[in-house]
Design a protein around this ligand. Structure first.
Ligand SMILES: [Zn+2]
Length: 247
């Protein structure tokens, strides 16, 4: 499945989660987090769809992310008193930088992810944010695993959700675990619809679960992906409509 479809399905999932989980409020950062989580499993291949298929994203977008991250970091350092707000600002700056790096379309990407990941691990240790260290470790290690292996398992999805849960507790951003977990799972479920399927239980079992209705990259495959996104969007719209009618 193409990265743009994963992103679309992730964003729709974010809107859907807010409709079905009672105490999760619909929020833009939440939806963005779900979209990011839906792309995270494909950090496992260096020329990933996350970068390659987002070819429309020009280089300058990446540099804009990096520049904005640097500005935010400097601003937080100079103008915010040390404390929760400053930490949140630093975290946001780091996340923006991560996203910028993930868009990179070069072999240096693997290395950049490694360094960014290690920096996040250290920052997490410094601020005693376990979730930030775990997130850093995930981002640093994922590009070095083979494609559709570790990052495409229920263990990785559980780890990602746990990271969200810890971030939720530390930062008080409610719903982080739900948004992150749902986004990640949406990727695995979407990949299940492709020919190679997903080996959910590696290394315990090598069995690949699949409902192979999409061949990625083919014209028919693209149409089916589009259809799935449209149908899924409609479903979530209905969920919202129902909720609106009930309350
Ligand atoms: Zn994938």
């Amino acid at each position: 499945m193409r990265g743009s479809s994963h992103l679309a399905i992730g964003l729709i999932t974010g809107v859907g989660i807010a409709a079905v989980v009672p105490d999760v409020r619909l929020s833009l950062p939440g939806i963005a987090l779900t979209g990011f989580s839906a792309l995270a499993p494909d950090l496992d291949h260096p020329n990933s769809r996350l970068s390659k298929r987002m070819g429309f994203m020009q280089n300058y977008v990446r540099w804009a992310f990096a520049a904005a991250a640097a500005l935010l970091g400097v601003y937080a350092y100079l103008n915010l008193p040390p404390g929760p707000n400053q930490r949140v600002a630093f975290t946001a700056a780091l996340s923006m930088f991560l996203i910028g790096m993930a868009m990179q379309n070069q072999s240096a990407r693997k290395l950049a992810l490694l360094f960014t990941g290690v920096a996040a691990v250290l920052a997490g240790l410094y601020w005693q944010f376990l979730w930030l260290s775990l997130l850093g470790a995930f981002v640093a290690a994922a590009p070095f695993t083979s494609h559709r292996s570790f990052t495409h398992t229920i263990w990785a999805a559980a780890l990602w959700t746990y990271i969200g849960y810890l971030a939720n507790k530390d930062l008080g951003w409610h719903g982080v675990a739900a948004y992150a977990g749902a986004g990640y799972m949406s990727h695995l479920l979407a990949d299940t619809l492709t020919k190679s399927g997903v080996r959910y239980f590696l290394p315990l079992s090598d069995t690949s679960l699949k409902v192979p209705i999409i061949s990625t990259g083919s014209a028919t495959g693209n149409v089916i992906e589009l259809g799935i996104c449209a149908g899924y969007g409609l479903l979530v719209a209905i969920l919202w409509w129902q909720r609106y009618n009930l309350t």
